[in-house]
Ligand binder design. Structure first.
Ligand SMILES: Cc1ncc(COP(=O)(O)O)c(C=O)c1O
Length: 406
C-alpha cells in the first residue's frame, strides 16, 4: 500500500499575497465594514454572472433567507428542496415556519428531478430551490417551466456553482434569485460570504435593506438635509452584510477565477480518465454541450456491486493513505430533524438514498500539484483493485452505520 508522507487536505483555498495585500490595504484604510470594496465586488460579480443586481451578504444561507423574505414567504407555505443537499437549503425555509418539501434527484446529475418537483407541488407551494450539485447545473429549463405552470418563484442554491453555465447562460442570470457561497472551501472564497443575484430592482433593494436591520436607504436620501445621522427602520431586518475586508478578498479571488477553474477542470479530466475504465468506479458526469461545470466537487460513484467493501470502508481506505475525502451529501431526509419532524423514511427518495451510499468526494482544488493528483488517482485505483469483486445479490442496501462519523 502506498501512503503519502504528508496529509493531503480535502480542500484548501487558493489564496496568496494578492489577497493578503488586498485585505491589508482595507485594514490600513480604516474602513473595515461594508463600504467601497463591497460596492465594487457587487458590481464586478454581477457583471461576471450577467445579473442586473448583486447584493453581498455574509453567507449563502443568508442569501437564501433574504431571497425567501423578499418573495414574502409565510408560515404554512411550502418550498420544494432537493433532499440531496446541505442543511442550509432547507433550514432557511424553516426560519419562516414554512415547510421544506423534499424531492428526489436525477440519477445522472444528482440535481433535483424536475418531474419529482412537479409531483411535490401543493396549493401551498410558493417556490423551488434547485441546487447545482458539485457545480453542474440543474435542469433549469424544465424547473422554470414547472415554476411558470404553477406560478412559483425559483431561487437557485448556487453555493457550488461559480462559475457554472447552463445552455450557454451563466448561473446567476437565469432565475428570480441566485444565491452564491464564498465559504472557505468554495471555488471563490472570502472566508465566509455570499451573494444574491437578481434582475429585479425591487427584490435587490428589499434584500439589501433586510441585510442591514431593515434600515431604509431611501430614508437616508430623503432626509439628507437632516444630516447623515438620520435613519429609519422600516422592517425588523437582519445583520447579514459583508465586510470590506471580505470583499477585498473576494475581488482578488474573482480576478483569478478563470485560472482556478481551468486547474480544477484539468484535475477532473485526469481523475475521470484514470477511473473511467474501472468497473468498480463511475466518474461524475461532465457538463453537456453549452454548459460549464464549476467542478467545486468531484464526487466519485462507487459501483458497490463490484466491490467487497462499502462506501464507509472505501472512505477509510482513502484516509489511511493520507488523503482527505468527504461525502456529499447525507440526504436531508436521513437526518433526525427532517426524519422525525416529517416522518421520512430512507426509501422515500430512492435515488438520493442510493447515490449517498456510493458517493466519495475526492480533493479538487487549484492548489493541488500534479503529484497530489497522481497520489489520489493511485490511492483510489489501488483500493478499487484490492477490493474488486462484490456479490451483487448478497449486498445489503441498509444505511451504513458509520457514515455519520464522516
Ligand atoms: C448546497 C449548499 N447550499 C448552501 C450552503 C451554505 O453556504 P454558506 O456556508 O455560505 O451559508 C452550502 C455550504 O456548503 C452548500 O453546500
Amino acid at each position: 500500500m502506498r501512503v503519502r508522507k504528508t496529509f493531503l487536505p480535502f480542500a484548501l483555498p487558493d489564496v496568496d499575497e494578492t489577497e493578503v495585500a488586498a485585505v491589508a490595504s482595507v485594514i490600513r484604510s480604516g474602513w473595515l465594514t461594508s463600504g467601497p470594496k463591497v460596492t465594487q465586488f457587487e458590481k464586478e460579480f454581477a457583471a461576471a454572472v450577467g445579473a442586473a443586481h448583486a447584493v453581498a451578504v455574509n453567507s449563502c444561507t443568508a442569501a437564501m433567507h433574504l431571497s425567501l423574505e423578499a418573495i414574502g414567504l409565510r408560515e404554512g407555505d411550502e418550498v420544494i428542496v432537493p433532499t440531496y443537499t446541505f442543511a442550509a437549503t432547507a433550514e432557511v425555509v424553516r426560519y419562516f415556519g414554512a415547510r421544506p418539501v423534499l424531492a428526489d434527484i436525477d440519477p445522472v446529475t444528482r440535481c433535483v428531478d424536475p418531474a419529482r418537483v412537479e409531483a411535490a407541488i401543493s396549493p401551498r407551494t410558493r417556490a423551488i430551490i434547485p441546487v447545482h450539485f458539485a457545480g453542474l447545473a440543474a435542469e433549469m429549463d424544465d424547473i422554470r417551466a414547472v415554476a411558470a405552470r404553477h406560478g412559483l418563484k425559483v431561487i437557485e442554491d448556487a453555493a457550488h456553482a461559480f462559475p457554472t453555465k447552463y445552455k450557454g447562460r451563466t448561473v446567476g442570470s437565469i432565475s428570480d434569485f441566485t444565491c452564491f457561497s464564498f465559504y472557505a472551501t468554495k471555488t471563490l472564497t472570502t472566508g465566509e460570504g455570499g451573494m444574491i443575484c437578481t434582475d429585479k430592482e425591487e427584490w435587490s433593494e428589499r434584500c439589501r435593506m433586510m441585510s442591514l436591520h431593515g434600515i431604509s436607504h431611501n430614508a437616508w436620501k430623503r432626509y439628507t438635509a437632516e444630516g447623515s445621522w438620520f435613519y429609519e427602520v422600516v422592517a425588523p431586518g437582519y445583520k447579514y452584510n459583508l465586510t470590506d475586508i471580505a470583499a477585498a478578498m473576494g475581488l482578488a479571488q474573482l480576478h483569478k477565477a478563470s485560472r482556478m477553474r481551468e486547474r480544477r477542470v484539468q484535475i477532473a479530466e485526469r481523475y475521470s480518465a484514470a477511473f473511467r475504465g474501472m468497473p468498480e468506479l463511475e466518474p461524475p458526469p461532465e457538463a453537456p454541450a453549452g454548459g460549464q461545470h464549476a467542478w467545486h466537487l468531484y464526487v466519485l460513484r462507487l459501483n458497490l456491486d463490484r466491490l467487497t467493501i462499502d462506501r464507509a470502508r472505501f472512505f477509510d481506505e482513502v484516509k489511511v493513505r493520507m488523503i482527505g475525502a468527504s461525502v456529499h451529501f447525507i440526504p436531508l431526509h436521513l437526518h433526525p430533524y427532517y426524519r422525525d419532524t416529517y416522518g421520512y423514511k430512507p426509501e422515500d427518495f430512492p435515488v438520493a438514498y442510493r447515490e449517498y451510499q456510493r458517493a466519495v468526494s475526492l480533493p479538487i482544488y487549484s492548489r493541488m500539484t500534479d503529484d497530489d493528483v497522481q497520489d489520489v488517482i493511485d490511492a483510489v485505483r489501488e483500493i478499487a483493485e484490492r477490493y474488486a469483486g462484490g456479490k451483487p445479490e448478497a449486498r445489503n442496501p441498509k444505511l451504513e452505520s458509520s457514515s455519520n462519523s464522516e
